[in-house]
Structure formats: structure tokens, C-alpha cells
Design a protein around this ligand. Sequence first.
Ligand code: ZN
Length: 199
Amino acid sequence: MAKNSAPAHLSLCSEQPLAVNLINTRTNFRGNVIDQLSDIRSTQMWLEAAGTQLGRADCVWGVDARRLLLLRNTRHAIAHLADVYTAGTAATEETVHCLGYLNQQRTPARFHLAAGKITVSANSSLFESFRQAVIDSAAVALSAPPRLGLRRCANTECLHYFVPYVERRLWCTDACGNRVRVARHWPVRHAQPRRTRAT
Ligand SMILES: [Zn+2]
């Protein structure tokens, strides 16, 4: 593994929507941005981790250049909307472009019964089914009640988003919140003179 590579499972969280897991594939790892969709090989690794950790049986497709591009374009569009949504900034031409892209790419999912099991998919291709599930989950996350809507992690160094489920939640993970608390207290603790034991 390269010196600054983050583990493939670094940002995967089964409690979070697929769209959140996809946009969290960009991670600030010790000051370097690690992109888990940087190339076909790393994307395949991320996908395999997603299949295992998220319990997604539809993550068995192979990544090729076309699929990588589609996945990256989907991530770009959702990440842009997440940024506008959470920062409350004004929409730009890029926002209109991203909305148009997702609307154009979105195929409504249908309920199916296959071998006695209920499945929901928008496409017979496993890859497209997965991508549609990502886009659908972005639609749900962006239309949730504001108090429980998509948030950006309160750690300003962190690039990740999350759906809070609990209103007071501020951090993408407990570990991320702990890093901020430690960073806050470190200079204070070390600025204080050492106490000598009372005799
Ligand atoms: Zn975070």
C-alpha cells in the first residue's frame, strides 16, 4: 500500500445512505486528499469493501473506464448538491448542470419479486441498479426534514457528510469528533504550568 493510501473501508458506514458513502470516498487523510475512486483498481477495492460492509449483493460488477467515469460523474453531481444544500449557498450554473445530470440519469426504481424475494431495482444491469440506488438515496437524503437532513462534518478539516438520525450529532464519526476535541485541548493543556504536588 502506498504511503498515504487510506484503507478502502475508511469511510464506509452501513448506517449511511449509499449516496453519502459515495461522496465520502474523498477523505482528508493526514493532510492529503485520498480519493478512493481515483482509478479502476482503487474503485474496485472500494466496491468490494462496499459489497462486504454495506451488505450490497449488487456490488459484484467489475469496474471499467466507462463505469468509473459514470460513477465519478454521479459523485461529482451529488457532492456539489450536498455542498450547496449544507452550506446554504446560492445555486450556480454548476448546480443547474448537476441537477440536470441527475434528473437525466435517474430511472424510477420498480418493486420486483425474484425467487420469492422482494427486490427493488431500476435496471437489469447490476451496475446501473447500484448507480440508481445511489441517486435514489441522494434524493431521499436531500428531501429529508431539515433537522435530520444531510450535514457536513463539523470538523473543518474533514470532507465527509452524514445523515444525522439524531438531531444533535455534529461529526461524521465519533473518531472525527474526538480528533477535534483533542486538538482543541492540546494547546491549552500544554500552555499551563506544571503543578507541583502539595507537601
Ligand atoms: Zn468528519
